[in-house]
Design a protein. Structure first.
Ligand code: F6P
Length: 364
């Protein structure tokens, strides 16, 4: 079925490859169906405010390599639970989903492409149940979405973290220091694990395996005794000490998003290690550098494939699904199967087995 008019929005934290998806959807919908493509600005918030722009082959021409999202995004725009900060500092929560659906209907969309991570796709699923036709496209640097081998944005983040480790290796060796790199990863340690293996880290700490400071220090001392008085540690922001909790930052943004802002585990580790070994310890926090900038080739290809296959699914009348990479193909997975699920690193996985087999300490 040829499509007449489709909409696309990007929600949640940005990552590299979002614009590749927007370009893929736009070109496939125009070339394949002759459809009009409407970009919804600022995630679901654009459906509440009605802020939209038409996307064309011309205005999406040069965005394949561009970081961020030309449509803008937010992780505060859930129309079902819209959080606002009142002047007295309290948070009010309102349901604007009727307003969002009204905009969707007014736009006369045949389909809404929702590009996002677990939170945004869950909103997409609720929106589908409310009466819209939704197709999800999986995004997140954390690579923690169920149903897909990879999310776009992840490989770029791994490349960035690996590059940072290569650079920290040289300073670590030159100065004989313990270098800690704190990377993103709230509840899943994929970035820390794969970047750590690729970047030759000696210790990798992830949210899925609570770490022991004793084990970490043991590994550093073992290396020093063996003639290597420097060590490279990668720690995911959501890593926890055995019996401990995640380390968070308090801010107004945190309260508006309704989830804690993580950060600080690298500095905490540095303090603990300094107390126990006679070596200099330094910490680098990579932060949003992992989310920004040009996507790597893998993410450009994946973004383009997900975008074009999402349009194909819409042309075939398949809604309430997410396009997913099931190597080597792009398949459709029902949104109902994904709601509330996060894909973490299994502590007994082959990947961890390989890391430990070559002497990397997982802090356990
Ligand atoms: O979910 C992606 C992610 O990059 C997490 O790894 C991180 O905790 C979070 O986003 C940070 O979000 P924000 O930019 O809103 O602080």
């Amino acid at each position: 079925m040829a499509l007449k008019k489709v909409g696309i929005l990007t929600g949640g934290g940005d990552c590299s490859g979002l614009n590749a998806v927007i370009r893929g959807v736009t070109r496939a919908a125009i070339i394949g169906s002759g459809a009009k493509v409407i970009g919804i600005e600022g995630g679901f918030e654009g459906l509440i405010t009605g802020q939209t722009e038409e996307l064309t082959v011309r205005n999406t021409r040069d965005i394949l390599t561009l970081g961020g999202t030309i449509l803008g995004t937010t992780n505060k725009g859930n129309p079902f639970e819209y959080r606002q900060l009142a002047p007295d500092g309290s948070i009010t929560v309102s349901d604007y989903s009727d307003k969002a659906l009204e905009t969707y209907k007014k736009l006369e969309l045949d389909c809404l492409f929702v590009v996002g991570g677990e939170g945004t796709l869950e909103i997409g699923y609720k929106f589908q149940k409310k009466g819209a036709k939704v197709i999800g496209i999986p995004k997140t640097i954390d690579n923690d979405l169920e149903g897909t081998d990879y999310t776009f944005g992840y490989q770029t983040a791994v490349e960035v973290a690996c590059d940072a480790l290569d650079r920290l290796q040289t300073t670590g060796k030159s100065h004989q220091r313990v270098m800690i790199l704190e990377v993103m990863g709230r509840t899943a340690g994929w970035i820390a694990l794969e970047a750590g293996i690729a970047g030759g880290a000696h210790i990798i700490l992830i949210p899925e395996i609570p770490y022991s400071i004793d084990r970490v220090v043991e590994k550093i001392k073992l290396r020093a005794e063996g003639g290597s008085p420097f060590s490279i540690i990668v720690v995911a922001e959501g890593a926890k000490e055995e019996g401990g909790d995640v380390i968070t930052q308090a801010s107004a943004t945190t309260r508006l998003q309704g989830v804690p802002q993580l950060g600080g585990v690298g500095a905490y580790l540095a303090e603990q290690i300094k107390k126990r070994v006679d070596l200099e310890v330094r910490c680098t926090v990579l932060g949003h550098i992992q989310r920004g900038g040009s996507p790597c080739a893998f993410d450009r290809v994946l973004g383009t494939r997900l975008g074009s296959e999402a349009v194909r699914a819409a042309e075939e009348g398949k809604f309430g699904v997410m396009v997913a990479l099931r190597t080597p193909d792009i398949m459709l997975v029902p949104l109902s199967q994904l709601a509330g699920k996060v894909r973490r690193v299994p502590p007994d996985s082959q990947l961890i087995r390989s890391a430990e087999a070559i002497g990397i300490s997982m802090g356990r």
